[in-house]
Design a protein around this ligand. Structure first.
Ligand SMILES: NC(=O)c1ccc[n+]([C@@H]2O[C@H](COP(=O)([O-])OP(=O)(O)OC[C@H]3O[C@@H](n4cnc5c(N)ncnc54)[C@H](O)[C@@H]3O)[C@@H](O)[C@H]2O)c1
Length: 454
C-alpha cells in the first residue's frame, strides 16, 4: 500500500520505517526541514536503537516537507504530530488540526483513503478531525464517501521504539468503519501475524507472541491510551510514596518493589522509586486527562494525587541536597543525566532537567552531562545557566556534590573512585537508586562517598 506519515518524530519515523520494512511504499512528511534533510541522508533525527541501520536498508521510503506532493497517491495517511500540553494542562491540538487542514485541502475527493490518528488526542478529537476533513473535501466537490477514519493510538516506548513497533503487545483500532478496520489490519498484517523476517537491527524477542488486537469505537480507543499511560504513572507515584514511608520506617525499597512485582496481578514494571516520571507523554497525558475530567465536572483524585506525589519527589531530593550542602550559592554540583529515562535523547519534560534548573535557581553552579541527550539539551536549555560537560568526569571536576538524575547503565559502570578523586566534596545523591545494589553488594566501589538514595 501507499502510506503517508505526517510527522517524523518518535512515533512517525518508527511507524514509517517499520511499514516500509514490511513492504509498503512510505512517504514521511514533516514541517521540520532539518529533520527531512537528515532523513533524506538516511540519518535518524532521534536516537533510537537500530533506527539508523534500518533506515539505511530501506528502498521504499522517501521524505518530504510537502504533504501535497505525496498525498495524491496515498491509501493510508497517519497523523503522528505532537500534542504537547498547554499551560493549563489541556492538550495543544494546533498541530493535529493543522495536519487535518492540510489533508482536507490537498486530498483528492476521488480517491479512497483511510486517515488514521496515531497522535495521543483527547476524547472526541478523532471525531472532530473527521468532521473537518470531510467538510474540507466537500467544499471541493467530494461527497466524502471515499474517506475512512480510524484511531490507532501508539504505545511504543522511547528507547526501544522500533522494537515496540515491530513486536507490540497490543494493537488498538478505534473505528466504526469496516473499510478502515480492514485497511489497517491488512496494512499491519505481517506485524499482527508476526510473519515478517526480523530486521537485523531489530531482533525479535523469543518467544514471539502475536499482539492482541482490540477493535473498539474511537472514543474508547482514545481513552485506552490515556488510561494506560496514566496508570503507569500512578504505579510509579505509588512506589515513590511507599519509598518515602520506608525512609521513615526502615525497609529496602528495591526488595519491596521486587516482592510486589512477584505478584502477577501487580507485575514488576514501573515500581522503581526515584526522581519520578517525566518525558513527552506521562506529564502531558495526566494533565490532559485531568483537564478532560474538569471540563465535565468530574473529579479524579487518584490522578491528582499521582501528579502531586511526582512533583514532591523533586522537592525530596532538593531538600536532601540542602540538608548536606546548606547554602547553594558558591557550590558546584554535577548532575549526571538529563534525559527523562535512559536510552533516549529525549530531554523534554525531564525531571532530571527540572532538578538541574531548581539547583541553578537556588544559586548553585550546575555542571550537566548526558550520554545521548546533551545535543538536544544544549539547544533547548541553552539559556538555563547549565555548564554542559562532554564527560561525567568533566562534570564531576571540583564538584561539591554529584547527583545521578537519570539511570543510564553507563553511569553504573563508571570508575567511581576516579570520579571521587576529581570531586571537592563527598556527597553522592542517587536520585534514581542506580547504585543502591552496588552500595549493598560492593560498597568498596563507592569508598569515600557519602551516599544517599531517594
Ligand atoms: N514519544 C513517544 O514515546 C510517544 C509514544 C506514544 C504516543 N505518542 C504520541 O504521539 C504523538 C507524536 O509524538 P512524538 O513524540 O512522535 O512527537 P515529536 O514531537 O517527536 O514529533 C512530532 C513531529 O511532527 C511534526 N509536525 C508538526 N506539525 C506538522 C505538520 N502539520 N505536518 C508535518 N509535520 C508536522 C513536527 O515537526 C515533529 O517532527 C503525540 O501525540 C504523542 O503524545 C508519543
Amino acid at each position: 500500500m501507499n502510506v503517508v506519515t505526517i510527522g517524523t518524530g518518535y512515533v512517525g519515523i518508527n511507524t514509517a520505517a517499520a511499514l516500509a520494512y514490511i513492504g509498503h511504499h512510505v512517504a514521511g512528511v514533516d514541517v521540520d526541514a532539518r529533520k527531512i534533510a537528515m532523513l533524506r541522508e538516511r540519518r535518524a533525527p532521534i536516537s533510537e536503537a537500530g533506527l539508523d541501520a534500518l533506515l539505511a536498508s530501506l528502498q521504499t521510503i522517501r521524505f518530504t516537507t510537502e504533504l501535497s506532493e505525496v498525498l495524491g497517491e496515498a491509501d493510508v495517511v497517519f497523523i503522528a504530530v505532537g500534542t504537547p500540553s498547554r499551560p493549563d494542562g489541556q492538550a495543544n491540538l494546533d498541530y493535529v488540526y493543522s495536519a487535518a487542514a492540510q489533508i482536507g485541502a490537498a486530498l483528492s475527493p476521488a480517491r479512497d483513503v483511510t486517515i488514521v490518528v496515531k497522535s495521543t488526542v483527547p476524547v472526541g478529537v478523532n471525531g472532530m478531525i473527521e468532521t473537518r476533513i470531510r467538510e474540507a473535501v466537500q467544499t471541493r466537490g467530494g461527497d466524502g464517501t471515499k474517506l475512512h477514519f480510524a484511531s490507532n493510538p501508539e504505545f511504543l516506548r522511547e528507547g526501544c521504539a522500533l522494537h515496540d513497533t515491530f513486536y507490540p503487545d497490543r494493537f488498538v483500532i478505534g473505528t466504526r468503519d469496516d473499510k478502515a478496520f480492514q485497511m489497517l489490519t491488512e496494512l499491519f498484517a505481517p506485524i499482527l501475524e508476526q510473519s515478517f523476517v526480523p530486521p537485523a537491527s531489530v531482533p525479535s524477542p523469543s518467544p514471539r507472541p502475536r499482539p492482541q488486537c482490540l477493535h473498539t469505537d474511537p472514543i474508547s480507543s482514545e481513552m485506552v491510551k490515556y488510561a494506560s499511560n496514566v496508570f503507569l504513572a500512578l504505579k510509579i507515584s505509588y512506589a515513590n510514596e511507599i519509598a518515602g514511608l520506608c525512609e521513615k520506617l526502615g525497609g529496602n525499597m528495591a526488595d519491596i518493589s521486587r516482592g510486589m512485582g512477584m505478584d502477577r496481578r501487580i507485575a514488576p514494571y514501573f515500581l522503581q522509586s526515584g526522581l519520578g516520571w517525566g518525558g513527552s507523554c506521562f506529564p502531558k497525558d495526566s494533565l490532559a486527562l485531568l483537564s478532560m475530567a474538569r471540563d465535565y465536572g468530574y473529579e479524579m483524585p487518584i490522578v491528582e494525587a499521582a501528579v502531586h506525589v511526582n512533583r514532591r519527589q523533586l522537592d525530596r531530593i532538593v531538600f536532601k541536597i540542602l540538608d548536606k550542602l546548606r547554602v547553594l550559592p558558591g557550590k558546584r554540583i554535577a548532575v549526571l543525566g538529563l534525559s527523562f529515562k535512559p536510552n533516549t535523547d529525549d530531554v523534554r519534560n525531564s525531571p532530571s532537567v527540572e532538578l538541574a534548573q531548581e539547583l541553578v535557581r537556588r544559586g548553585a553552579c550546575v555542571c550537566v552531562h548526558d550520554p545521548a541527550g546533551l545535543a538536544n539539551a544544549r539547544t533547548i536549555y541553552k539559556d538555563d545557566g547549565f555548564l554542559f560537560c562532554d564527560t561525567p568526569a568533566e562534570a564531576a571536576k571540583n564538584a561539591d556534590a554529584l547527583v545521578i538524575a537519570t539511570d543510564w547503565a553507563d553511569y553504573r559502570a563508571l570508575d567511581w573512585s576516579a570520579i571521587r578523586r576529581l570531586m571537592r566534596g563527598a556527597c553522592l545523591f542517587d536520585a534514581r537508586n542506580l547504585l543502591r545494589d552496588t552500595m549493598v553488594k560492593n560498597p568498596h566501589l563507592l569508598d569515600g562517598f557519602e551516599y544517599q538514595g531517594l
